[in-house]
Design a protein around this ligand. Sequence first.
Ligand SMILES: [Zn+2]
Ligand SMILES: [Zn+2]
Length: 255
Amino acid sequence: MDFRVLGCHGGESPKHQCPAFMLDGRICLDAGSITNMLSLKEQQKVEAVVVSHAHLDHVRDLAMLADTRTQQGGPPLVIASTPGTIAVLKKHFFNDKLWPDFSKIPGEKATVIYQNLKPEVPTDVCGYQVRLVPVHHTVEAAAIFVSDGTSTVAYSGDTGPTDRLWEVLAKEPHVRALLMEVAFPNEQDKLARDSRHHTPKSLELELKKLGVKQRDIPVLLFHIKPVFQKDTERQLSKIRARNNTILNIGDQYIL
Ligand SMILES: [Zn+2]
Ligand SMILES: [Zn+2]
């Protein structure tokens, strides 16, 4: 799978973009920064966005992606997530108040199609097998496992300490990378715990849950808060784990 980082931070500035990751130019994991990073042609090729949870830093670019799609035509954009997250998007985002309901525009033809994914059940999304695994955040949130039949990418979404992600990871045979969130430096431990995010310290404990067979999986870190970037990166460099990499905008891997 071709894996490309569109945005990987827990905030925004000209140098920082909210989380969004693209697979094969066709599927995005979250929509924190899609329309500000992709050309119109590239946007039109996005077939589906799998959403980890409904927080704005993960869904905001669904707004302009859907709007532009109405003018571009072509196949509808699939927005896939848990039933709870889809319900929030329908009620609070694409609700004809904050933003139009693109599942009814234009006319009879939908620009957006919602795909409810039952947690834990592997389901086909535009030719990829997607499995959502509930994690611990301040709202309903899921980790996302995406497989093309050969490779699997695991994406934590936003989460504090959790067990289920690691249990599922231990049984997935072809995981090529784990995208793992970390948001705050160790000094902000209370804030991290209250907002269900990780610090380098809590991440280090969490990574100990990796099974022996999973120890070599590359761990790609994202969601660092820009204000705390230096301190968090310094603390992350001290974690004694072999395969940790802090992601940057534009990073690209074949997984
Ligand atoms: Zn969140
Ligand atoms: Zn977030």
